[in-house]
Design a protein around this ligand. Sequence first.
Ligand SMILES: *Cc1c(COP(=O)(O)O)cnc(C)c1O
Length: 404
Amino acid sequence: MKRQGSPTRELAAARLSDVNDERPVLPGGAPARLSIDLDAISANIATLNEVSGNAQVLAVVKGDAYGHGLVPAACAALRGGASWLGTAQLAEALALRNAGVTAPLISWLLAPGLDFAAAIRARIDLGAPAVWTLDEIAAAAREVGETARVQLKIDTGLARNGAYGADWPLLVEAAARHTADGSITVTGVFTHLACADEPENPSNAAQQRLFADAVRDCERAGFALEVRHMANSAATLLLPEAHWDLVRPGIATYGLSPAPHIGDSAHFRLVPAMTMTANVTVAKRVPAGQGVSYGHTYVTADETTLIDVPCGYADGIPRSASGRGPVQVAGHRFSVAGRVCMDQFVVDVGDLPVAAGDEVVIFGDGRDGGPTAQDWADAAGTISYEIVTRIGNRLPRAYQGQVA
Ligand SMILES: *Cc1c(COP(=O)(O)O)cnc(C)c1O
C-alpha cells in the first residue's frame, strides 16, 4: 500500500473562500478570467497514482502550478493522493510551507546565496546538483543546528541541471563527508529524462542504466535513501520501468497530455483543469473586403459579424497564434481573425447572432468540441505547458470544486 498525503492536516490552511481571495480582485472587474477545476486536479492525480503502480506521486507545482495557482493546486493534488510536492524555485516551496502545507516537499533549482537556512527550518528537501550546493547547505545546517534533507541530482543525459560525468562521484564523496558530520542526510537520488515523450528513443534506456548505477553508488556510500526518482509526466504514462519509488508528473497533474503526438488528455484519462473565458465587448456588421486588426492580414470575404474579444498577448494569448487560435462562441468553433493585439483580438463569426457580453471560450476541457490549451499550442507552434503557464499571470482565477 503506497503512502499518500493526509489532506486533513495539510489542507487546514486552505478553504475555497481563502484561495478565491488569494489574488486581489481587479477594481472594476475583469473582462476575461480563468476558472480552475480543483476536482479535475485531484482526479488526475488519482489516475496517475493508478498508472504508477507501487510508486508514490510527487505533484510538480513549479511555475505557480503551471499557472493554476500554487497553493490551491497543491492542496488539490494532495487531496487526490499525491504524497510529495515539488517546485523548481525555493521561494515557491517556502510559500507552500507558509500556507500551512506540511507534506514532503522538494525544491531542485538552487542558486548560490539562497536562504538555505530557511529551507532547512521548513523541512524542505533540497535537490543538490553540485558540490557547492552541498557545501552551502551543510554550512546553513550547522548554523541552524539541524540536519538538512538533501537529494542528489545526477545528470544522466539531459545535460541541464545535475552532476555530470566525473562530477558525480565527487558529489557522492562530498555528500558522504557532510553526512558523516551530521550536517546533511541524503534522502533521495534523482535525475530527469530528455526524451520520455518518445518511448522508443534509445536515450531513455541509456539514462535508465546510468541512473541505476548512481543508485548503487548511493547505496554503497551508505545513504538511507527514501526515494529514487526520474519519471516526469510522459515517463509516468509511457515508461513503467522509469517509475522507481516516486513519479514526478507536472503537466499531467493539470490534465494536459505530455505527448500529444501519442494521445490527447482523454487518451490518458486526464481532464484539463483550466478554462479561460472572456466576454465580447463589441459585435459589429462589416461589409466584404474589410481588413481586420493590425496589418489587415485578414480580410472579410462577405458581409459578416466581427466580435472583439478582450484578451491579448498581455494575458498570455500568443501573438504567434494570430489568424489561427481557436475559440468557441455559442457552441461554434472559430479562429482568431488577423493579429492578436495586446489586450484584444477579433473573431469573424459570420451570421451567428452574437452580442456584447456573450461568452467566448478561449480554451477549456475540450468537451462539447471546445478548444483546448493543446489546440492553442498547436496554433502557436509551442507546447501546452507554455500556454497555461503564461496565461496565469494577469487574469483573475476562480476556483471550482473541493479544496479541503
Ligand atoms: C518540470 C519537471 C518535472 C515535470 O515535468 P512534466 O513534463 O511537466 O511532467 C519533473 N521533474 C523535474 C525535475 C522537472 O523540472
